[in-house]
Design a protein around this ligand. Structure first.
Ligand code: C5P
Length: 230
């Protein structure tokens, strides 16, 4: 069984309001994308990374990994799910039936190896795959189109879906292809598997595995990374 790490990194990150895609912003002592690549490549289960980049990406050559043979570059797609599908298509011929795809957003550079370990352990018990997630702490409201409260959503069993997410590679490929053919909404790998009737396992992950979305997130991520080194 081989683990195939996949990083979709072809987004523009418009909510960051920067002059370049957020994965190329400076974070601590390097580029955001380099932190994410290093943490995956340093994990013993990850021999290489399949990296989806925008086809006209002029920034990648500034990465310290731009010439690293462990990185297989593929063209990103219109949305995140297309980028992941392109990555899967690039390795499908080499993959075995018992291989797994570990998909991780480039925008989550604070992931810890212990969370990857927890995910790998969960997948051994759950053939339908697993994802990192955190329980919802806030009171949740459903709003209407006028932005008024319709009702409070029971938060007892609500989770925030994070990445990495880990699924049998060939099943994930099939699920994404089918969902996209049917024009279903797929915002993470788990939602594609759910459309196929699968019930992946929620693995409680660390709350510092934040997704860099807005400028303040960069400062927070930098702090989390510094705590790790201290
Ligand atoms: O924009 P957001 O942070 O939600 O994107 C999640 C991940 O999907 C990021 O790693 C981003 O680079 C990636 N992505 C992609 N292809 C797209 C859009 C987003 O690889 N077309």
């Amino acid at each position: 069984m081989t683990i195939w790490p996949i990083i979709p990194a072809a987004g523009v990150g418009s909510r960051m309001q920067a002059d370049r895609p957020k994965q190329y912003l400076t974070l601590a002592n390097g580029l955001l994308i380099d932190h994410t690549l290093r943490l995956l490549l340093d994990h013993p289960a990850c021999q290489q990374v399949v990296l989806a980049l925008a086809t006209d990406d002029p920034y990648w050559r500034g990465s310290e990994f731009s010439d690293d043979a462990r990185i297989l570059r593929v063209a990103g797609g219109q949305e995140r799910c297309h980028s992941v599908l392109n990555a899967l298509n690039a390795i499908l011929d080499q993959a075995h039936d018992d291989d797994w795809a570990l998909v991780h957003d480039v925008a989550r550079p604070c992931l810890h190896h212990s969370d990857i370990d927890a995910l790998l352990a969960a997948a051994q018990q759950h053939p339908q795959g697993a994802l990192l997630a955190t329980p919802t702490r806030d009171t949740m409201k459903r709003g209407n189109s006028e932005q008024c409260v319709q009702h409070t959503v029971e938060r007892e069993q609500l989770w925030h879906a994070l990445t990495p997410q880990l699924f049998p590679l060939k099943a994930l490929h099939q699920a994404l292809e089918q969902c996209l053919a049917q024009q279903l909404t797929v915002t993470d790998e788990c939602s594609a598997m759910e459309h196929m009737g699968w019930q992946p396992r929620l693995v409680e992950g660390r709350s510092d595995n934040i997704k860099i979305t807005r400028p303040a997130d960069l400062a927070l991520a930098e702090w989390f990374l510094q705590q790790r080194e201290a």
